[in-house]
Design a binder for this molecule. Structure first.
Ligand SMILES: [Zn+2]
Length: 349
C-alpha cells in the first residue's frame, strides 16, 4: 500500500463536465453584522462575527496597499512613553488587581482556533469589585508598528475568567497574516492602573495570525512531477495532488460555505468551498466517502470536511487540491497552481 502511495501515481481528474452548483457570489462589502451566516440567503457573503468592540474610526485603512506595512505610521518610542505617562495615573497598590492572562500563539481566521485572550482579575478583597467600576481595556495591535486594529472595553465585576476574541476583520478588510498582540490594561473608575509588579510582563501577549490551514491533518508528501498543476497527457491538471494514507482527515484550508458536495466519475467524492472573506474557491477531490456536510453549510478554517481517499479516477490515496480565482470554480474564475500556498501553510499548521 505504501509503495503505491509513494509511487505518486496520479489522478486524471480534470474536472471536465463537473456540474458546478453555481452560486454567483455578489460583490458586496463584507458585513460586520454580528449575525452569523445561518439563515441568510444562499450567495450572501457571511457576515464576520464581531464581539463587543468599539473600533476607533481614527484607526482604519492605514494599510492601503495591503502589504502589512504601515508606512507613515511608525510611532516613535519616546512619544509612546509620553502618551502613556499622561494616560496613566499613579494609584495606590490596592487598585491594581493581580491578573492572569493567556493568548493562544497560533490563531486562524474564521476558525475554532481564533485569536483569543483569556484573563482573570483577582483582588485580595473581593469587595473591591463592588465598590469600584472595574474594566479591562483590550487592544489588538500590529506587533511591528503598534497600530491598534481593535479596541474593546469589558466590565469586570468578579474574578471569573473572561475571554476576548479577534476575528481578524476590521472595517470589512481581512488582516494580513502576521504577528499581532493583545494588550490588556485594567481600568479602575475610568483610570488606567499601573500593575504592582512593574517588572512582570504586561497582561496579554503576542500571537501569529494565519488565514489558511494546511488541508491534510497527517503525514503527507507532494508527489512527483505528475502530481503538479499544469499540462498532463494532453490535458490540464487543475490542481496539485498531495499524497497521504486513505482515511487521513481532510480539513478546510479556508472556512466558508459548502458550494458543492458531489460525486463525479473522475473526481470521485468531492467538495467545493466558497471561501470566507475571499472570492476564491477551494476544491477537494477523491475523498474516501461523501462528506457529511451539506451544500450551503458553513465550515470553519481547519474543520474536518472528510477523509483522504482514492475514489474516482485516482491511483493511490491522495488529495487533489485546487484553488480558483474570483469568481470561482467553473463560475468564470481560473484554477491556479496551489503548490506554493500548500507549502507555506504546511510550515505552521
Ligand atoms: Zn489531481
Amino acid at each position: 500500500m505504501l509503495v503505491v502511495f509513494a509511487m505518486a501515481l496520479v489522478c486524471i481528474a480534470i474536472g471536465v463536465g463537473l456540474a458546478a452548483s453555481a452560486q454567483a457570489q455578489t460583490e458586496t462589502t463584507p458585513s460586520l453584522d454580528p449575525a452569523p451566516s445561518a439563515g441568510k440567503e444562499a450567495g450572501t457573503p457571511a457576515g464576520a462575527a464581531k464581539q463587543r468592540s468599539e473600533l476607533d474610526p481614527a484607526f482604519g485603512d492605514q494599510d492601503p496597499d495591503g502589504d502589512g506595512s504601515v508606512g507613515d505610521f511608525e510611532p516613535n518610542p519616546d512619544d509612546r512613553d509620553r502618551d502613556r505617562d499622561r494616560d496613566r495615573i499613579d494609584l495606590d497598590d490596592a487598585k491594581a488587581p493581580s491578573i492572569r492572562s493567556s493568548v493562544n500563539r497560533k490563531a486562524f481566521f474564521d476558525s475554532d482556533r481564533p485569536a483569543r485572550l483569556k484573563f482573570e482579575f483577582d483582588y485580595e478583597d473581593e469587595e473591591y469589585f463592588r465598590e469600584h467600576d472595574i474594566e479591562a481595556k483590550v487592544e489588538v495591535k500590529r506587533r511591528k508598528s503598534g497600530e491598534v486594529l481593535e479596541r474593546s472595553t469589558l466590565k469586570v465585576n468578579d474574578s471569573a475568567q473572561r475571554e476576548v476574541k479577534w476575528n481578524g476583520v476590521e472595517k470589512g478588510k481581512l488582516a494580513k497574516p502576521g504577528r499581532y498582540q493583545f494588550e490588556l490594561t485594567p481600568l479602575v473608575d475610568g483610570d488606567a492602573v499601573k500593575m504592582r509588579n512593574k517588572r512582570a510582563p504586561a497582561p496579554g501577549g503576542n500571537f501569529n495570525f494565519y488565514t489558511h490551514q494546511f488541508p491534510i491533518d497527517g503525514n503527507h508528501d507532494y508527489g512527483e512531477k505528475a502530481a503538479r498543476f499544469g499540462p498532463r497527457g494532453g490535458r490540464k491538471h487543475l490542481g496539485h495532488d498531495v499524497f497521504a494514507k486513505c482515511g487521513t482527515p481532510l480539513v478546510a484550508a479556508r472556512g466558508g460555505k459548502i458550494q458543492a458536495n458531489q460525486f463525479q466519475e473522475s473526481a470521485g467524492f468531492y467538495v467545493v468551498i466558497d471561501g470566507e472573506e475571499t472570492d476564491e474557491d477551494y476544491v477537494y477531490y477523491h475523498m474516501k466517502k461523501r462528506s457529511k456536510l451539506k451544500s450551503g453549510d458553513k465550515v470553519k478554517t481547519g474543520q474536518v470536511i472528510g477523509k483522504v481517499g482514492d475514489t474516482g479516477n485516482a491511483f493511490g490515496c491522495h488529495l487533489h487540491f485546487e484553488r480558483w480565482t474570483k469568481p470561482g470554480w467553473f463560475e468564470g474564475g481560473k484554477a491556479y497552481d496551489p503548490l506554493d500556498s500548500l507549502k507555506s501553510w504546511d510550515k505552521y499548521s
